[in-house]
Ligand binder design. Sequence first.
Ligand SMILES: [Zn+2]
Length: 599
Amino acid sequence: MIRCTHRIEVSLFYGYLYFGGYKMGHFKNFKTVVYIPAQVAKGFTADKLASDYDFLEKYIGLDKVYLETHRGDTDVDKEQLLMVKGFLESKGVEVSGGITTTINDFKGAEGGKQRLFETFCYTDPAMRNRFKEICEFTASLFDEVILDDFYFTNCTCERCIREKGNDDWVTFRRRLMKDVSENCCVKPAKAVNPKVKMVIKYPNWRESYHFTGYVPGVQKDIFDATYTGTETRSPQYTDQHLPEYLSYSLVRHMENAWPGRNGGGWFDTYQCWSMDRYIEQAYLTAFSGAKELMHFQWSDLIENPFVAAMGLQLSKIDNMMEGIGKPVGVSTYIPFDSCGENHLEMRFGMLGVPVETTPVFDTKASTVFLTESACADSDIVKKLEAYVLEGGKAVITTGFLNKAGDELRAAGLTEAYLAEYPAKVTRYQVTGDFAGYEEHKSPILFPVICHGNNNAWSLLNGGDGDVHAPLVLRNSYGKGRLYILAIPTAHGELYNIPESAMDVYKRVLCGQEYASGKNFSMFTYDSGEFILYRYVKSDLHTERVTIHTSKPIEALVDVETGTEFKAEKEFRFEDFKRYEGYKVTVISTPGRFVKYRFK
Ligand SMILES: [Zn+2]
């Protein structure tokens, strides 16, 4: 049985632990949670439930479950739900409710609609009513109810087309799901059980929410709390091709969108084609500060070797998070209902840049990073102009420049524009460095930034043969600066940019404290401690990661073991001037996370 030290000590005396009516979990920094889908709940016998429970308790330690009442063609009757709930509560497990908003055609509803995954048609009166009944029934049994992430609609039936009227689908579905959330879900549930906390879980596909009626910017004022999908699986081979870093950054995004109201992160076993890939999802979810680690789902976990590995790692993750503070990173503005250069900020996260995504433009941040997604905010250039004028450092991508170029130029923030042709880059030049060249590299296609020489200054050039163009361009405006980063035409090529050139991107984003290397993430916290994690993928071997800082440090300390890595002085030329700072190199091992602090 896995227990936090505190619990082991105290449970020796008391057998089990309750503090003021609150049962302490197995871990100090998060709860271990398992989801029980309706089909599984319906099939439980008392014996099966007990033996499954023993397995989960043995390996991951069970703090809480979400017990589902409805999914697809399955409804679980009250007696069965109370049997499961009663058993788990007798074991000290917290039990909340769950609903998956999928349903087969039924008598009274309009049939034959093209509903993806059998999601509801929310204009059909019979379906709306059925959804309302499910919410009422579930709220009558539980004080907390979560909606699994099928709470979207892509229905394009004739009734939906009629009700859409002259609006586009995005506008119509925003209106529709606001109405459904209020009048078919939260209000009826609270009428039955005024104490009930209604939770909406959002899927891992943030960039597409608004197309399907997921509107967190609206729903945050309707639901009590949210929950985040962090199931990234094996990116190369899955339909969703999500960078692993999403398991961290999407939780941060939702936490910033619903401050203090993000319940947890949710991952699963599907298409995780290595054990490490499965547990990495939990590492990143926990590193983001998620309060619950939701393991989907109960029956997939039983007798699954993934669960044994997870059990071994949970207490180590818990130790990592102990006293580490609040996650911090480069403020990356991703407005609600936006898309464009999707997942790009996560790719920087996979290159060791700590990223803090937020749906709020943080005017207090020292640096703000903007990808094409930020252009969904119609006032973005006005906000940018005011921010840079006052001394802010804004970093935009070529995708942003492409979208907002006319406005940026009209505002006088830059004269730069994109050529209509891309260019091949095999040579890199760090312009402020007298010997900053990397040559004969595999070709990467970049958009070509055209600028006024000596009006803006290129910090990094990329070229081939006798031509080159800026890859990192600096403009000044008021007290601040606007940087433009050239993003390879194929975003995956970011990982193939040579280290010394990528370091220029990193210095622009992070300042003088950054980490060189790839295939790893750096998770930074306001305590000053940080975690390095090297992913188990592609170049599957140890690699050096070098931490640079302008702070006069003696060493980098492995917080757990106390091992010290001696810092050395470094210098380089920046803007043709000598810069002096400190660096420490450590060996980063695939699948291993280490917490460090400076000394
Ligand atoms: Zn419809």
